[in-house]
Ligand binder design. Structure first.
Ligand code: AMP
Ligand code: MG
Length: 485
């Protein structure tokens, strides 16, 4: 391992509060050296937010720092320990098998953020894995994650993807890469499951305090801060999953180790955007039972949060029965919170500012209609503002119901239409376009990938030349996304 303290410029300094406070949950480890690292993509916008010099990041010294092979001041690289329910079955020891937390950086607004690598080599948690990541899936995480961010959906970010210069063996030999991820933190439901299984109540309690301080500081003022933390996580996740459903996002692997305490979307594997509306839509090749189908995401979210409650139970009350009761009560807020958030989102998307009786049914009927007619969610929603400007839409009598509801508010229709266009995306990552961009990027031509990255950063502006992102692809039954790990 190459260590030279002079390579890192003063702008990159890290802290290691988590690694220091939780040695039982963070295994000190170092990244593998790479033969010829070079940046495939650097996120200049995010670098600026983090007060990092993007040009320096892409330089050889920057590459050495970002791939974990050169020491960064304040950094104590660790592989994180966590457990998790994967497709419903419990694994007591997952952890970062191919990832490292380099440390925490403080952004320009004073927020503490994790700087994390994926694909940096085998760790003690690697089990049978090779510790590596292939370029395609890391570019997918970059592309989709940044698209989610542009849509205003809470997510981890990608600071960039670095080709390692090494090949990784999957079904074939593929170029290897490291994703440099920035997150509010990497605390997951699975982190609490792991801590709970250690049977050390003080550790669990300290973990809850740490999560409160970092993510949900108001919970500290509650009579029972751990329970208030749980309630905040339930709220954050219910709202997050409502946001997913509003844009047709399917995470694909909602295991408890892929669900954050912060409420950010994390771990873009076989994720995809639904085109024809159908709650049973599944793209992931590994989700044979459809456990993580589009419309099952709310109930799976709640199921995962029940696992979090189980892990945190000893912190809720010394009396186990009482702890179970209060946890159940809080868990029960998931459904109403999800539903409220989804309906508020739909109302805005339908151009309504008031809340009237019948709005919920109006929104639900539209989804049912799209489902029955196999309509694309995004372009159908977007077409509604066009209808207010005189275009025809093919939604039968629903259209008149909606129109009279909009008219009842007495607002100028041009204004309503303009406001709708600020919340109904014009472009989203369409499956065929994404696949094409990734395939060509892996083959060495980055032009499509760069174009998509650029276009998806502006989801709401109507423009020409982006049909591949604005419109659903040709019906591709059996289209599958692969975890690609
Ligand atoms: P993921 O599906 O990316 O959320 O990963 C699930 C678990 O498998 C985590 O513990 C990962 O660290 C581990 N894992 C995935 N791929 C690899 C790999 N190639 N080498 C080692 N561990 C891996
Ligand atoms: Mg994961």
């Amino acid at each position: 391992m190459r260590h030279h303290d002079d390579v890192v410029n003063a702008s990159l300094r890290l802290e290691s509060t988590y690694a220091t406070a939780f040695p039982a949950l963070a295994h000190p480890w170092s990244a593998d050296p790479n033969p010829a690292p070079h940046a495939i993509v650097i996120n200049n916008e995010l670098a600026a937010e983090l007060s990092l010099d993007a040009e320096w990041l892409a330089s050889p010294d920057g590459m050495a720092a970002l791939t974990g092979v050169a020491a960064i001041p304040g950094s104590m690289p660790v592989a994180l320990a966590y457990a998790g329910h994967q497709f419903g079955s419990y694994s007591p020891r997952l952890g970062d098998g191919r990832a490292l937390l380099l440390g925490e950086l403080i952004d320009s607004t004073g927020r503490r953020l994790d700087l994390h690598l994926k694909g940096s080599g085998r760790t003690p948690f690697a089990r049978g894995g090779d510790g590596r990541a292939a370029l395609g899936p890391m570019l997918r995480e970059h592309l989709i994650g940044e698209a989610m961010h542009a849509l205003g959906i809470r997510t981890t970010r990608s600071l960039g993807v670095i080709a390692t210069g090494e090949s990784v063996r999957r079904e074939t030999l593929l170029p290897g890469a490291i994703l440099v991820r920035v997150a509010a933190s990497h605390l997951r439901v699975g982190t609490f499951q792991y801590a709970a299984a250690l049977g050390d109540r003080e550790l669990l309690s300290a973990l809850a305090r740490y999560a409160i301080e970092r993510h949900h500081p108001h919970a500290a003022d509650d009579v029972c801060p751990p329970l208030a933390l749980f309630a905040e996580v339930v709220k954050a996740q219910a709202e997050l999953i409502a946001e997913w459903l509003l844009v047709g996002f399917i995470h694909g692997v909602m295991n408890t180790d892929n669900m954050t305490i912060s409420g950010e979307t994390i771990d873009y594997g076989p994720c995809a955007f639904m085109e024809a509306v159908d709650p049973l839509t599944v793209f992931s090749s590994i989700d044979e039972g459809g456990r993580y189908a589009f419309g099952r995401q709310p109930s799976i979210g709640q199921w995962n949060l029940a696992r979090l409650a189980e892990a945190m139970l000893p912190l809720f009350d010394d009396d186990a029965n009482r702890a179970g009761e209060v946890a159940t009560e809080v868990l029960g807020t998931f459904g109403p919170t999800f539903s409220r958030h989804w309906h508020v989102g739909m109302r805005r998307r339908l151009g309504l500012v008031e809340h009237r009786d019948g709005d919920e049914v109006l929104a639900e009927d539209l989804i049912a209609l799209m489902n029955a007619q196999h309509l694309d969610l995004i372009s159908t929603m977007r077409s509604l503002s066009g209808h207010l400007r005189g275009d025809t839409v093919d939604l039968g009598s629903w259209t008149e119901r909606w129109e009279s509801r909009v008219t009842a508010e007495g607002r100028e229709l041009a204004t309503v239409a303009a406001e709708m266009d600020l919340v109904n995306p014009f472009v989203v990552p369409r499956n065929l376009a994404v696949q094409h961009a990734l395939d060509t990027a892996v083959a060495g031509d980055l032009s499509s990938f760069q174009r998509l990255t650029h276009e998806l950063a502006d989801p709401y502006t109507r423009r020409d030349g982006v049909d591949d992102l604005a419109l659903p692809g040709p019906a591709a039954p059996g289209f599958r996304t692969f975890c690609g790990t």
